[in-house]
Design a protein around this ligand. Structure first.
Ligand code: URA
Length: 238
């Protein structure tokens, strides 16, 4: 059972902002069980009531999954006193207690899943599941084959954390590389390159498990995961 105010429900399924949906309700465009309802505060139970907008059935979805192309400058949190959060960027499903699966640093861009599915988050983040995360990295110096080998064979970081073997692909420009890791410790990628005296100047996550950042998704924008993407992602959890 999920009970909401009618206006909140309409916002959550993407009909419009709180003030827009209030107007639409007043204009008689919304019915509950085929009766026009003009009170925004009317309570609706999505498991019982049939809610329609302009005659079209609106379906409540319990779990939602968004792919966000995280921009720099926003923090991977649900609330923050100083900065905008990744959840602030999501205009849908406001009542659904959305959160990001894992964290990217404030200055990191790229793939972040925003959801309200705690079980999926727990599984994707569990160190035992070894879900692979791939990052595109720009460096302030050249990554030699020797340095790449040191990083990829596993290194001991300053907090005695020993990284698992990582995969590194050096592009034609050897200051621009891809790294794939199975863990997600604080600042892990930056610390791994720091270990061989290189600084990360730009970092972007390009995939998590089988889920790849949609190249057509502009920075700061999001879209729902497709059913296929979600199924494959769930299949990544062994
Ligand atoms: N590693 C980092 O150093 N930063 C991130 O944001 C993600 C991985």
């Amino acid at each position: 059972m999920a009970v909401f105010r009618l206006d909140k429900f309409l916002v959550s399924v993407g009909i419009g902002s709180r003030s827009e949906v209030k107007h639409l309700i007043k204009a008689g465009r919304v019915t509950v069980d085929d009766v026009i309802v003009k009170k925004a505060e009317e309570k609706v139970d999505t498991s019982v009531n049939i809610i329609k907008y302009n005659g079209n059935l609106l379906e409540y979805v319990e779990n939602v999954y968004y792919m966000l192309n995280k921009p720099k400058g926003v923090v991977s949190a649900t609330t923050d006193n100083l900065n905008a959060t990744v959840v602030d960027l999501i205009k849908h499903g406001k009542h659904l207690d959305l959160f990001p699966i894992g964290r990217l640093d404030k200055d990191t861009e790229g793939l972040l899943i925003i959801t309200n599915d705690g079980e999926l988050a727990h599984n994707l983040l569990s160190p035992r599941k070894h879900v692979r995360k791939k990052y595109y990295v720009e460096l302030d110096g050249i990554l030699t084959e020797k340095k790449a080998e040191i990083i990829s064979s596993g290194i001991e970081l300053e907090d005695n954390f020993k990284t698992m073997p990582a995969e590194i692909e050096i592009t034609d420009d050897n200051r621009k590389v891809y790294i794939t890791i199975c863990e997600g410790k604080f600042h892990q990628v930056k610390r791994m390159f720091n270990y061989v005296d290189l600084n990360v100047t730009y970092l972007k996550r390009v995939s998590m498990g089988s889920l790849c950042l949609d190249e057509n998704l502009p920075v700061g924008k999001y879209r729902e995961l497709t059913a296929d993407e979600l199924n494959k992602l769930k299949g990544d959890i062994k």
